[in-house]
Design a protein around this ligand. Structure first.
Ligand code: ZN
Ligand code: FE
Length: 260
């Protein structure tokens, strides 16, 4: 199994999850069908499934075009069952924690609402890979559009509970901006300082900063670090009277990042 990045729009990633033995692939979050199809044909694989993390146009805007271009009535399109009306072409609505098989791989849905009310992650336990859309980013998290801070924190906590070695593929190349914010609230975090340097090198070389890992996120992502004393102290300077409640700390960090 391997995962291919496909650049989409300005700073989005679609992915091809490839089973090399069978020469088939699942596509994740397609905004532009042409480039995803070109990447699949260059890799010598045919797309048999489409995984959609959430309804935003930069994640499902290419669904109809991809379905049309593939012309395969057997194409399986996955998304959250409760949001089926907003996932174009959906054929396989999933509940939370539902197993499925695609491209020879067994995956499982993880319901992680708050960025949107119908957001899913797709977890492949045997391969140690998770696709997190716009919920968990490298060094950050998505904006809370259709939920609240408590819900987003709970969603992130579910992802943080995956094994440390799990590779995380998210929906956008936002890592550098995210880490700028992270460093502003946790300047003494050594793992974070090192990561800032490593990410700068990758970007200068024109390379993606993904995948990240759950372990690295727990060390450097402020939205998974609500127990950090330095983070709490930084936020308390901006939000006097901030309590020790992790949800309140999360909400303060998210509010600060919204205007960063
Ligand atoms: Zn989104
Ligand atoms: Fe997005």
């Amino acid at each position: 199994m391997r995962v291919l990045h496909v650049d989409q729009l300005f700073d989005n990633y679609a992915y091809l999850l490839i089973d090399e033995a069978a020469a088939v692939a699942a596509a994740v979050d397609v905004a532009e069908a042409d480039s995803v199809l070109a990447a699949a044909s260059e890799a010598g694989v045919s797309i048999k499934a489409l995984l959609c993390t959430h309804h935003h146009f930069d994640h499902v805007g290419g669904n109809e075009a991809l379905i049309g271009l593939l012309g395969d009535p057997g194409l399986e399109v996955f998304g959250y069952a409760g949001d089926a009306a907003r996932i174009p072409g959906i054929t396989h609505p999933l509940a939370d924690g539902e197993s499925f098989e695609i491209a020879g791989l067994r995956g499982c849905s993880i319901f992680i609402p708050a960025h949107t009310s119908g957001h899913l992650a797709y977890y492949f336990e045997s391969q140690g890979v998770v696709f997190t859309g716009d919920t968990l980013f490298a060094g950050g998290c998505g904006r809370v559009f259709e939920g609240d801070a408590a819900q987003m924190k709970a969603s992130l906590d579910r992802l943080a509970a995956l094994p440390d070695s799990t590779k995380v593929y998210c929906g956008h190349e936002y890592t550098q901006q995210n880490l700028d914010f992270a460093l502003s609230v946790e300047p003494g975090n050594q793992a974070l300082q090192e990561r800032v340097r490593a990410v700068a090198e990758l970007r200068e070389a024109g390379k993606p900063t993904l995948p990240t890992t759950i372990a690295l996120e727990k060390q450097t992502n402020p939205f998974l670090r609500c127990n950090s004393e330095e983070l709490r102290a930084s936020l308390a300077k901006r939000f006097p009277g901030l309590s020790d409640d992790p949800v309140e700390i999360f909400a303060a960090a998210r509010r600060l990042k919204d205007d960063f």
